[in-house]
Every structure is written in structure tokens, then in C-alpha cells.
Design a protein around this ligand. Structure first.
Ligand code: HEC
Length: 151
């Protein structure tokens, strides 16, 4: 009686041991399969230095500015933006520019300031769509906006 009882205990112990081993090896092999995938996502690509830089946008006014809406902003917006972004334009005259996105006053320029910095505050930015802005003017425009688009 005692012998068969301990035999039973031994076989149960062995069964548990076997099950544990099978369970563990299944898990750890699953884990190994996933590892390379995770590494691929996390590792930065050291040779991808030729990617185009993202548009440089900023809200930092590091030098201050003498530029104002009156002496600069209005004429810049007039030259490059309000042909599509003017309150008086009908839907058909806006070349797809959203109806509420207008820059024909200093208040509107202030209101849209952050979006304008993102869309037009650097050479890599997409506005105006024809990209016909001299570099220095673009830089002045960014300075004026970054310094709060003063009136
Ligand atoms: C030829 C027409 C045209 C001109 C000129 C133009 N835009 Fe646009 N603008 C669009 C269109 C179309 C969209 C909507 C598509 C998009 O967001 O790119 C747009 C969208 C925008 C937006 C995004 C508004 C939002 O929904 O957040 C901003 C900001 C903007 N323009 C700024 C400018 C500035 C600043 C200029 C001048 C430097 C300019 N645009 C000149 C056509 C124009």
C-alpha cells in the first residue's frame, strides 16, 4: 500500500515536471521568435542620414524683431497668401483653401499664427503651394510670427 502510494506520488511529480518543461519551452521559443521583431522597431537606423529634414518650426523669438504687421506682415501675406486666404473670396475663388482660414487682418494673422508657422514658417513648409518665396523673406516671416506677429 505504502509502496504504490509513493509510486503514485512520484509519477504525479514527474507528470507535473514534464508539463512544466513543455509549457516553459513552448513559451520561451515563442519569446525568441518575437525578439528580432521588437528590436527592428526600436533600433534607430544609423545609415538613414540622407532623409529629408522635417520642416523646422519654432515659437522661439531669440533675437526680438522690428517687424510688424504694418511694416512687413501685411505685405508678405498680400504677396503670397491672401489670393487664396481672404475673407472676401467665395468658395470657388479659394483654390481649395478652407473657408475659415483667412489672413487679411492683423487679428486673423494672430489667430492663425501657430498654424501659419507650421505651414509656412520654413523653406520645407508647403505654403504657398507654388513655393515662390525668396529665402530671406521667408526667414523674416518666420521671425515675425515666432515673435508673436506684432501689429
Ligand atoms: C493657391 C492657393 C493658396 C495660397 C496662395 C496659399 N494657400 Fe494656404 N492653403 C491652401 C489650401 C488649398 C489649403 C488646404 C490644404 C492644406 O491644408 O494643405 C491651405 C491651407 C493652409 C493652412 C492650414 C489651415 C488649417 O486648416 O490649419 C495654413 C496655415 C495656410 N494654408 C497658410 C498659408 C500661408 C501662410 C500662405 C502664404 C505664405 C498660404 N497659405 C498661401 C491654398 C493656398
Amino acid at each position: 500500500m505504502t509502496t504504490s502510494y509513493s509510486l503514485l506520488r512520484i509519477s504525479i511529480t514527474m507528470l507535473l515536471f514534464l508539463l512544466t518543461t513543455v509549457f516553459y519551452s513552448a513559451c520561451s521559443s515563442g519569446g525568441e521568435e518575437q525578439e528580432p521583431e521588437q528590436n527592428e522597431v526600436k533600433e534607430p537606423d544609423p545609415i538613414a542620414n540622407d532623409r529629408p529634414l522635417p520642416p523646422v518650426t519654432s515659437l522661439i523669438c531669440d533675437q526680438g524683431t522690428y517687424l510688424t504687421y504694418d511694416n512687413f506682415g501685411a505685405s508678405f501675406l498680400e504677396s503670397y497668401c491672401v489670393s487664396c486666404h481672404h475673407s472676401s473670396l467665395s468658395e470657388g475663388e479659394r483654390a481649395g483653401a478652407p473657408a475659415e482660414v483667412n489672413f487679411d487682418s492683423s487679428e486673423l494673422a494672430q489667430l492663425w499664427r501657430v498654424s501659419i508657422i507650421v505651414k509656412a514658417g520654413s523653406d520645407a513648409a508647403p505654403m504657398p503651394p507654388d513655393q515662390n518665396v525668396p529665402k530671406q523673406e521667408r526667414k523674416d516671416f518666420a521671425d515675425w510670427l515666432n515673435c508673436g506677429a506684432p501689429k
